[in-house]
Design a protein around this ligand. Structure first.
Ligand code: DP6
Length: 324
């Protein structure tokens, strides 16, 4: 039976091997595969209600009615769902993040994963995980990875049909933590969607692409064997490759702040001293420090003493998107 209302929740994720650049921007078919971990405890919760009395889609985020680009992006995504479900009604979308919007954590992954699940369900579709991941991808590429649970790989594919994410290990498989050091809570100047379009302008883009399949294999194996040493090296290398492409694109994208570099340097020193820690940075200045859970108390104490660290957020491996 088709329902017209549904609510879903999804976590954001942190990429170990990054998605940067699209083969097909409209469909968000990425240039390369990626691997990530869902972040437990951080969550977007979204309700969708199709309503025949509406003359346009409505979108309320954290209690505030949205207009302009955010509404347009949600509405374009709802058009994809309407197309799949032969649904003609407009929808009311109400979304809440339990993490502060100013925390510098990208919310598009959790947002479009929750919206894909709630929206498709409200439209009467009961999509299997693979198709939900494909759908979420249309809203935000990284959202494809917030549908399955735990440690997740998004196979790049070549077309809509074969570009989706699946779980490679359950959340409890490896006791990894992500301690996010907030350096600057402000929203980034250049969003990811714009940034992806610049990747091809960097002369390093092809070199980055050449090595990515090897890094994907090393990362996947490191997770499956719980090999932190191999994991740390490949995660840092991949983050550096992405930022090298960003900095050498035209125009160049500088997402780091001086304190980003200070923390990255410190993490490498800690690892040399024997600690199971490594770091990765997305399209922003904040540093995700990935560590074995046994390092958590020590790591938080050290980080909170570092100049430039404004806040710390701790996340363990998280579940996939769920109906609530
Ligand atoms: C640097 O998924 O945010 O975080 O598809 O345009 O919404 P859109 O981009 P998005 O890009 C994520 C970029 C990244 C790396 C990653 O998460 O893999």
């Amino acid at each position: 039976m088709s329902t017209s209302t549904a609510t879903a929740a999804a976590c954001p994720n942190i990429a170990f091997i990054k998605y940067w650049g699209n083969r097909n921007a409209a469909l968000r078919i990425p240039l390369n595969g990626s691997i990530s971990m869902n972040l437990a405890g951080l969550e977007t919760r979204t309700s969708v209600r199709f309503d025949e009395s509406l003359s346009a889609d409505h979108f309320i985020l954290n209690g505030q009615a949205q207009a302009g680009k955010p509404l347009q992006r949600v509405s374009t995504f709802m058009d994809v769902i309407r197309g799949l479900a032969y649904q003609q009604q407009f929808a009311s979308v109400v979304s809440e993040n339990n993490f502060p919007s100013g925390a510098g954590i990208a919310s598009s992954a959790s947002a479009f994963a929750a919206l894909a699940l709630a929206g498709s369900q409200a439209a009467g579709l009961n999509l299997p995980e693979k198709d939900l991941s494909r759908l979420a991808r249309r809203g935000s590429g990284s959202a494809a990875r917030s549908i399955p649970e735990g440690f997740v790989e998004w196979q790049a594919g070549y077309a809509d049909e074969d570009s989706f994410a699946y779980s490679i290990a359950r959340p409890e498989y490896w006791n990894l933590v992500d301690v996010i050091a907030i350096v600057d809570p402000l929203e980034k100047a250049t969003g990811s969607s714009e940034g992806h379009n610049l990747a091809a302008t960097s002369p390093l883009n092809k070199l980055r692409q050449n090595g990515v399949d090897d890094r994907l294999a090393i990362c996947r194996e490191a997770i499956l064997h719980q090999d932190f040493t191999a994991f740390a090296e490949v995660v840092e290398a991949d983050s550096n490759w992405m930022h090298a492409v960003m900095r050498t694109s035209n125009p160049p994208l500088y997402y780091w702040r001086p304190f980003t570099e200070v923390i990255l340097w410190q993490v490498v020193e800690w690892r040399k001293a024997g600690h199971a820690v490594c770091a990765t940075v997305d399209a922003g200045p904040n540093v995700h420090i990935l560590a074995l859970e046994t390092e958590t108390a020590w790591l938080k104490a050290e980080l909170s003493q570092l100049q430039g660290v404004k806040d710390l957020i701790l996340a363990k491996p998280g579940s996939g998107a769920v109906l609530v």
